[in-house]
Design a protein around this ligand. Structure first.
Ligand code: FES
Ligand code: FE2
Length: 435
């Protein structure tokens, strides 16, 4: 990337409040825009790197990618968590290549330097051998920490920007979404126990950010699923996020509730539970009644609602899964899906949630393959860049801005998609010298 490359965000995102919202084709396809996104978005926001339950013991680690930067999240001997650049301070070798695991210490495979679990340099191999390091040697203190690491209810985020706003402020309205999802547990905790399902799709990372909160596409993109469910019935009981026994019922179920465009680029779509009494009297009534007693009517209604959500730029919570996506190039993205368990819920409840997810997501699910096919089609279509703009106007005239600055939209409004582009535009506006 040329150092001088810069963009005028107004050439890429055009908003005329109340009635027009356009995004330029090159925002998805241009290699220079992509490089700028790595610096100005992925290295300037909070990026989700894992859940505390994935790091249970001293020496438990996860590796992650924050934009272009490889990092390690590691639990030390005192039980604390640290995040470091995954790079030996000697001559740069990545210390860990596995996605996760447990180590006693970090031993560099290149020349054998050793770092302890809090990142401190413990051994410089053959330090005093002939031709080794002299008395004036300034031994690096240890691995270089990532500037910020914060947790919200066990969800771990890092940022490369030391000046970034605190995580809780960044999450804003999304805290309520996360709270409702985690409060489905009587202990308020989830457990990420399984390895992720990992896939790649042909398309830009923002297609996933847009799609995970796109209520509008469902009845169309997933038409085959809709027909099958209408024919064979809704078999997912309490667990389904795709409710309804007929096409009409499915449409009605989906288009209730609200969509949100949140500050800092987050978005979500919320559908209230069709019948909370049925939950309280149903198979898992014990769990639901305890939650109702704990959180009251309003809190329980929030917990029982179905929410699909995205935390800008690249993490989402949908159904009972955490989803992370990682940009690889303008036209390639990796997606990791982590199903989680609700701590304290009956075994059959967690099993049912997992079966229900398998039905829609993953390689043999009915739904996710539809979306990745659509992403490839969009990618193909966008190559026709003689056509300049994509249209994101839907629902603008009925969106309402709240006192907090967020926007509330009607059920199939493109409010959550506009959240992404508003924040994209804000962050890409920084001058090249800051990037
Ligand atoms: S690069 Fe790690 S010890 Fe040399
Ligand atoms: Fe979809």
């Amino acid at each position: 990337m040329s150092r001088e490359f810069d963009i005028d965000p107004d050439d890429y995102v055009r908003e005329k409040p109340g009635h027009q919202f356009l995004v330029r084709t090159e925002a998805y396809t241009d290699a220079d825009v992509f490089e700028l996104e790595m610096r100005r978005i992925f290295e300037r926001t909070w990026i989700y790197v894992g859940h505390e339950s994935e790091l249970p013991d001293a020496g438990s680690f996860k590796t992650a990618q924050v934009g272009r930067q490889p990092i390690i999240v590691l639990r030390d001997k005192q039980g604390g968590l640290g995040a470091f650049f995954n790079r030996c301070v000697h001559r740069g070798a990545a210390l860990l290549r596995e996605a996760e695991g447990t180590v006693q210490e970090l031993r560099c495979p290149y020349h054998g330097w050793v770092f302890d679990l809090s990142g401190k340099t413990r051994l410089v191999s053959e330090r005093n051998d002939p031709g080794g390091y002299g008395p004036g040697f300034e031994q690096p203190e240890g691995l270089v920490p990532v500037p910020r690491l914060e947790s919200y209810r066990g969800l771990l985020f890092v940022s490369m920007d030391p000046q970034i706003v605190p995580l809780e402020r960044y999450l804003g309205l999304m805290k309520e979404v996360i709270d409702a999802k985690l409060d489905l547990s009587p202990t308020g905790r989830i457990v990420v126990a399984s390895k992720p399902y990992v896939a790649r799709y042909q398309g830009n990372w923002k297609l996933q950010t847009e799609n995970i909160v796109d209520a509008y596409h469902f009845m169309h993109t997933h038409g085959a699923f809709v027909k099958l469910q209408a024919k064979f019935g809704d078999t997912t009981g309490d667990f389904g996020v795709h409710k309804g026994r007929s096409t009409r019922e499915m449409r009605e179920q989906r288009f209730r509730g609200a969509t949100w465009s949140c500050l800092y680029g987050h978005g979500y779509a919320q559908v209230p539970a069709a019948d909370t009494d049925a939950l309280l009297d149903g198979e898992f009534g014990g769990l639901y009644r305890a939650l109702h007693a704990q959180h009251g009517d309003e809190g329980f209604a929030r917990i029982a609602s179905k929410v699909t959500s995205t935390v800008f730029p690249s993490m989402g919570m949908i159904h009972q899964q955490i989803r992370v996506w990682r940009p690889i190039s303008p036209e390639e993205t990796e997606v990791l899906i982590y199903p989680y368990e609700i701590e304290g819920a009956p075994e059959a409840f967690n099993a049912g949630m997992l079966r229900s997810q398998e039905r829609f997501y993953g390689p043999s699910g009915f739904g996710m393959t539809d979306d990745t096919e659509i992403f490839a089609r969009v990618t193909q279509g966008l190559r026709a860049d003689h056509v300049k703009w994509l249209v994101f106007d839907r629902g603008m005239d009925t969106d309402e801005q709240t006192a907090s600055g967020d926007f509330r939209g009607l059920p199939s409004s493109e409010a959550p998609q506009r959240a992404l582009w508003r924040e994209w535009s804000r962050l890409m506006r920084r001058s090249a010298s800051e990037a």
